[in-house]
Design a protein around this ligand. Structure first.
Ligand code: SF4
Ligand code: SF4
Length: 406
């Protein structure tokens, strides 16, 4: 049964499904495949099927190349929680690359918890062992010349010096950027605590942060992106949201195009995606739907989704700019620790880019005036103790709007 009512309303998507091609002459191919779950045998078949329209894994790597797989290893959480890329997908891709003659490395720079501990907890340590891949922690950086807005950007040496990158993001909602998928996953190439410095530089500008992510992508382009959207995450992602079963794999050489399709499959409006908006304004290939050719499972046969968005995401409700500015404190959400859960470990305070969090007299407080709403504190709190305090007016408008995406 066709359940793509929302997408049928979009003329661009109609064009895309028709494979009308790009007026600008560069078509980005994105492949979609459905699959039930993470059972190794069926997952392998699904990945092979997914890559067929793209030429198979051999189209992306050559024998003897050092191929780095970059999964999402945000924190030490079990695979079922959908915080990290599922280890079965990592293992299947590692085995396919190895069979094609590649030397497989698996690496990331987790936000918290230590690389090996995260790898063990999320199952990627075992996936590496079973597939014969080498785990590499991103602990040393190389300085690179920025390509536009930023003079220089430091990326992990292991990431930059690999012959090929295969990006393995998890499709999740994201409190700062609304959605994290292929482009955002590459922020993991920034080594450890240097991530906080970039949040501070971007401040509360989601557009500037999106531009940074797009420039990171351009400094070292992944050769292939395979999205784990079998069990994705909705709600208060990327660390505390709810798993949602989509049963989908999405792949393509261009992470911008892959994200455009992932965003549509998740039913998230384009105007909430700063990465997509910036990619359009930068004129990047893959940012426009008319440049994308869909292959594999026809979207008409996929049930429509509409992800619950994070509570912290700004929704403008069409209010005039002057009113939004005047009522900012009532129209904005800020973090606030739940004293019944918070154990005052100080992890959020130490990670907060502008130093907006203090712990004094056995109490944690957030200085809203300094807070840039990067939500790192919520992402990194191991106890899910940092909650969201929503302004009264914002709560009322959401109630009136009455939709789960607001
Ligand atoms: S909110 Fe979480 S990370 Fe911050 S001090 Fe409390 S328990 Fe630790
Ligand atoms: S308090 Fe939290 S959301 Fe605000 S700046 Fe610090 S880490 Fe970011």
């Amino acid at each position: 049964m066709i359940k793509w009512g929302w997408l049928r309303l979009s003329p661009l998507f109609v064009k895309m499904t028709a494979g009308s091609g790009s007026k600008r002459g560069f078509v980005q191919t994105v492949s979609i495949t459905t699959t039930d779950g993470y059972k190794l045998s069926t997952l392998r078949q699904a990945v092979v099927k997914l890559l067929e329209p793209l030429g198979g894994i051999a189209a992306f790597i050559s024998s003897g190349e050092r191929v780095l797989l970059k999964p999402n290893m945000l924190s030490a959480k079990e695979p079922e929680l959908a915080v990290t890329t599922h280890p079965s997908l990592v293992r299947v891709v590692a085995e396919l690359v190895s069979e094609a003659g590649g030397i497989v490395l698996i690496g990331d720079s987790p936000g918290i918890g230590g690389f090996l501990r995260v790898a063990e907890k999320c199952g990627i340590y075992e996936a590496a062992r079973e597939s014969g891949a080498e785990l590499v922690e991103f602990d040393e950086a190389v300085e690179l010349q920025g390509s536009g807005t930023f003079r220089s950007i430091r990326l992990a040496r292991a990431y930059y010096e690999a012959d090929k990158i295969i990006n393995l993001p998890k499709l999740k909602t994201h409190e700062m950027m609304t959605m994290t998928c292929a482009v955002k996953n590459l922020f993991g190439a920034v080594v450890g605590t240097e991530k906080a410095g970039w949040h501070l530089k971007a401040g509360s500008s989601r557009q500037l942060f999106a531009r940074l992510l797009l420039e990171i992508y351009q400094l070292k382009k992944p050769t292939l992106n395979i999205v784990d959207a079998i069990t994705a995450m909705e709600g208060n992602g990327p660390g505390s949201g709810d798993p949602i079963h989509l049963g989908l794999l999405i792949a393509g050489a261009n992470p911008v195009a892959v994200d455009v399709i992932a965003r549509r499959l998740a039913g998230i409006p384009a105007d909430l995606l700063p990465i997509e908006q910036e990619a359009v304004s930068m004129g990047l290939p893959g940012a426009l739907a008319e440049d994308i050719l869909l292959c594999g499972t026809p979207v008409e046969t996929i049930s429509e989704s509409r992800f619950r968005l994070p509570t912290g995401v700004d929704v403008q409700f069409g209010l005039p700019h002057f009113l939004t500015r005047a009522l900012k404190s009532h129209l904005t959400s800020y973090p606030a620790a739940d004293p019944d859960i918070c154990i005052l470990c100080g992890i959020c305070r130490d990670a907060c880019p502008p130093g907006a969090i203090t712990i004094q007299n056995s109490a944690l407080s957030v200085d809203n005036a300094r807070c840039i709403r990067c939500w790192c504190c919520r992402e990194l709190c191991p106890y899910d103790a940092m909650k969201i305090k929503t302004g009264v007016l914002l709560r009322t408008l959401r109630l009136l709007a009455g939709t789960k995406n607001c």
